[in-house]
Design a protein around this ligand. Structure first.
Ligand SMILES: Cc1ncc(COP(=O)(O)O)c(C=O)c1O
Length: 378
């Protein structure tokens, strides 16, 4: 059936069509034009970054990170089992072995207390995923990484504009990957960005993103011809995507205030029902400011979660589960993953339910979602 209240609708901020027309009129629609520069400058200024490079997806930003770290077959990368496949795939593509770490039951972020146990002489990187934009315990993670000379690559697909202890997520690891897929707060359909917080990676990042050539330096007039100098691929998005994205970034305050309202509404109006039914709402530690990316419920059991999805579906409301633990996927098992390795990820995956959440979700529709949930008693 077609859902009356979908799970997601890509947001349109207002100036997208105008900026697309401007890019077309300017006659430059391939990558790295005026709008790409505007988006990069926006991130660099707003977040105080050294360098932001737009990419074609978060997946590609993660692949760039794996190339930048020069990962080799046999190297190990520690990442949560409870994440999207790209967090692992980007590193596995370079021959690295994913070492799956379980998550904390409160924030659903990687359990930093288990990190030391999983380190080995081959560990080259830790990839914290800020689930739902709530920051991982970065102090502990960065301290361990520093002591063992390991890179930290933030998978910040959910967390743009979130903060940990007052610092923006995406500025804490040496590299950080972002997503502008249509489910994200800010979108251009498919897109991403790599934030570079360690100057050592800046020059090679430009080369890797430009098919392994020094074309970016050529355009800046730093070399008189460009050529193949390193590994690389085509990771830079077209100006059309950057034009669309810039319209969204410009509307940062407006988009974030809409999302704050939606998130707070769910939190407040579902409090009593959640309490009565042993359902948990998202937990945000005092150290974190989150960017209102998603609202989830943690049901007491898989059966309860499935019945609630069906109950909402029957009322034209689409709610969805999230990641299946990677260590139990076909690929994860090929790396030795087995049931019981990450028990928290396994139970959370069974019980988590995401509610409709998009910039233009009206209060009337949201009230319908809340009422439908309140009618459900397990
Ligand atoms: C944690 C995480 N990392 C990476 C990605 C991949 O993002 P993209 O679709 O931009 O490649 C996703 C997708 O939503 C994600 O949830």
């Amino acid at each position: 059936m077609s859902h009356r209240i979908p799970f997601n609708k890509p947001g349109v901020a207002g100036n997208e069509s105008r900026y697309l027309a401007e890019a077309i009129a300017r006659g430059h629609i391939s990558g790295d034009g005026e709008f790409t520069r505007k988006c990069s400058a926006f991130f660099e200024q707003e977040l105080g970054l050294q360098k932001a490079l737009l990419t074609t997806s978060c997946t590609h930003a993660l692949e760039m990170a794996a190339l930048l770290l020069k990962l080799q077959p046999g190297d190990e990368v520690i990442l949560p089992s409870f994440t999207f496949v790209s967090t692992a795939n980007a590193f596995v593509l370079r021959g690295a072995r994913p070492v799956f770490i379980d998550i904390r039951p409160d924030t659903l972020n990687l359990d930093e207390q288990q990190l030391e146990r999983l380190l080995s002489p081959r560990t080259r990187a830790i990839v914290p995923v800020h689930y739902a934009g709530v920051g991982c315990e970065m102090d502990v993670i960065l301290d361990i990484a520093k002591r063992h000379d390991i890179a930290v690559v933030e998978d910040n697909a959910h967390g743009l504009f979130g903060k940990f202890r007052g610092k923006y997520l995406g500025t804490l690891g040496c590299l950080a990957a972002h997503s502008f897929h249509e489910t994200k707060n800010f979108t251009c359909g498919e897109g991403g960005a790599l934030f570079i917080n360690d100057a050592r990676y800046a020059e090679r990042a430009e080369i890797i993103r430009e098919k392994g050539t020094n074309r970016t330096q050529f355009f800046r007039g730093q070399v008189d011809k460009y050529t193949w100098v390193d590994l690389g691929s085509s990771y830079l998005p077209s100006e059309l995507l950057a034009a669309f994205l810039y319209a969204q970034l410009e509307a940062r305050e407006q988009i974030q205030s809409k999302r704050r309202r939606i998130w707070e509404y769910y939190r407040q109006h579902l409090a009593e029902w959640a309490e009565q039914h042993d359902v948990r709402r998202p937990f945000v530690p005092e150290t974190c400011e989150h960017p209102f990316h998603m609202f989830y419920l943690l049901a007491p059991s898989l059966e309860f979660r499935q019945a609630l999805i069906a109950h909402l579906k029957a009322r034209g409301i689409l709610s969805v589960f999230h990641y299946l633990p990677l260590h139990l996927s076909a690929m994860g098992k090929s790396f030795g993953g087995k049931s019981g390795d990450c028990p928290v990820s396994e139970t959370i995956s069974d019980r988590l339910l995401r509610l409709p959440f998009y910039n233009d979700l009206s209060e009337a529709d949201q009230a319908r979602v809340v009422e439908a949930i309140q009618e459900f008693h397990g």
